[in-house]
Design a protein around this ligand. Structure first.
Ligand code: DON
Length: 300
């Protein structure tokens, strides 16, 4: 396993086409694209890492997995009255379907749906309390108290997040937000600005892996359902392509991170800041494809 990860990291660093770093969040535009990290936390407790696996990065939309777990923890299946469970076939920040579908976002991983999930775990708390709960959840999954939110990334997104504000106002116009748009956006941008290394993220993902020694933060049924949503919706309009190439549930973030679960076997985190046309890490996707190919871990 260590040799496979070393080979993948070496090939990635030499790759000529690393994709494009996201620029719409000014703080992310500053990230050096010539970085690549990968970590695998096996169900038996072993952890393997290579490349820049110990460099913290902005997990961005990977945080939507933790937000969904918290929202389900708050309201259970009632969440599905406010957000769907179908892929959207559109980009992560699209507003198109919201009008036709009367303010019910297609799934909790596109931005509109994630705003509903954030609003759900925020309900009745202050943003500070809600974010405290989120960080405690991630720390418990990782067993690492050092995980934190990068304030500059959060402020950078808040100052430029016109699209997300529009989505939130649109949701509010259909009565699908409980808290104020400002509170939801403030919480959401801080949630996306959680910083983790690949090793921390691979460890955090173990709450989605069955096994006696894995962190038990959600029920087995909930774990299976979150994995199902990651498979069908975790890569936006690139979800079908990711399932075709990798065959494992995964969640990407515009910071270039991807968390993948190989059921019963491993939680895998990769980070390479350059993105493909869907806004998912280009080399990260290629690395996951290679791991699935070499290990035979595809669920299909
Ligand atoms: O809401 C946004 O636009 C970002 N905070 C997160 C988007 C994201 O990570 C999309 N993933 N590929």
């Amino acid at each position: 396993m260590q040799e496979l990860l070393n080979n993948i990291a070496n090939a990635a660093l030499k790759s000529e086409d690393k994709g494009q770093v996201a620029t719409y969040i000014p703080e992310l535009a500053k990230i050096d694209p010539n970085q690549f990290g990968i970590s695998i936390a096996l169900a038996n407790g072993d952890v393997f890492s290579a490349g820049d696996a110990h460099v913290p990065f902005s997990i961005q939309s990977v945080s939507k997995v933790f937000a969904l777990a918290l929202a389900l923890g708050r309201v259970g299946d009632q969440l599905w009255q406010r957000v769907g469970r179908e892929p959207s076939g559109l980009s992560f920040n699209s507003i198109l379907l919201l009008e036709k579908e009367e303010g019910i976002p297609r799934n909790p991983f596109i931005n509109a749906g994630a705003l509903v999930a954030t609003d759900t775990y925020l309900a009745g708390s202050s943003p500070r309390e809600a974010l405290g709960e989120l960080v405690r959840f991630i720390r418990a999954a990782t067993d690492d108290e050092s995980i934190h939110i990068n304030e500059s990334v959060a402020s950078s997104e808040l100052a430029t997040g016109h699209r997300n504000f529009s989505l939130a106002h649109y949701l509010a116009s259909f009565g699908n937000l409980r808290a104020s748009v400002d509170k939801v956006l403030g919480t959401y941008c801080h949630q996306c600005a959680v910083e983790m290394t690949c090793t921390q993220l691979a460890l955090a993902g173990r709450f989605l892996l069955e096994g006696t020694d894995m962190p038990k933060l959600v029920s087995s049924e909930r774990r299976r359902r979150i994995n199902a949503l990651m498979m069908t919706c975790g890569h936006y309009d690139g979800s079908g392509d990711f399932a075709f190439r990798v065959g494992l549930p995964g969640k990407s973030g515009v910071g270039g991170g991807i968390l993948v679960i190989a059921p019963g076997r491993a939680s895998i985190a990769v980070w390479s800041p350059g993105l493909n046309k869907y806004g998912n890490s280009k080399l990260g996707t290629e690395a996951m494809e290679r791991i699935a190919h070499e290990t035979g871990w595809s669920v299909f």
